[in-house]
Design a protein around this ligand. Structure first.
Ligand code: HEC
Length: 135
C-alpha cells in the first residue's frame, strides 16, 4: 500500500508555489519525495522501484523532445493528476489528483484563455519543464 503513502506525502508537502523559481524549487522537492522512487532522482526513469514495475517509468527529461520540441504541459499535468490518461497507461503510477494538490491558481494559456490549475500540479510541471534535455 505504498501508493497511498505517497499520495499522503504529496498532500502534506507544504509550501504553496508561485510561478517562477519558487515554483520550480517546490516542484523539485515534491518530485524528490513523490516521484523519484520510480522515475529516479534525475527523472530519467531509473528509480529504485523501476525494476519491480511491469512497465518502466518514463524518462521525464525527454518529454519536450518527444513532443516536437515543446514541453507538453497540459499532458504532463493531466497524467500526474490522473484526470486524463491513455487507455494503455500503466496502473502502477498513482493518480495524484486523489491527494491534495494545493490551492487553485489561474494559468494563462497561449491562446489568451486561463485555466484553473492546482498549484502543486503546476509546480511539478514547472520543475519538469526546467529539466528538459535540449533537443
Ligand atoms: C509507482 C511508480 C511511479 C510513481 C511514484 C510515479 N510514476 Fe510517473 N510513471 C510511472 C510509470 C510506470 C509510467 C509509464 C506509464 C505508461 O507509459 O504506461 C509513468 C509515466 C509518467 C508520465 C508520462 C511520461 C510520458 O513520457 O508520457 C509522467 C509525466 C509522469 N509519470 C510523472 C510523474 C510524476 C510527476 C510523479 C510524482 C508526482 C510520478 N510520475 C510518480 C510510474 C510512477
Amino acid at each position: 500500500m505504498r501508493v497511498f503513502g505517497m499520495v499522503a506525502v504529496l498532500a502534506l508537502a507544504g509550501c504553496v508555489p508561485q510561478q517562477g523559481q519558487d515554483s520550480v524549487a517546490s516542484g523539485r522537492a515534491m518530485f524528490m519525495e513523490n516521484c523519484a522512487a520510480c522515475h529516479g532522482d534525475d527523472a530519467k526513469g531509473d528509480g529504485p522501484l523501476a525494476a519491480s514495475l511491469a512497465k518502466a517509468p518514463a524518462n521525464l527529461t525527454t518529454l519536450a523532445a518527444r513532443h516536437g520540441g515543446t514541453f507538453p504541459r497540459d499532458y504532463v499535468m493531466s497524467t500526474i493528476d490522473g484526470y486524463r490518461r491513455g487507455q494503455h497507461f500503466s496502473a502502477a503510477m498513482p493518480q495524484f489528483g486523489e491527494g491534495d494538490l494545493g490551492p487553485i491558481v489561474m494559468v494563462g494559456n497561449a491562446n489568451g484563455t486561463t485555466t484553473p490549475t492546482p498549484a502543486k500540479l503546476l509546480a511539478l510541471a514547472d520543475y519538469l519543464q526546467s529539466i528538459q534535455q535540449k533537443p
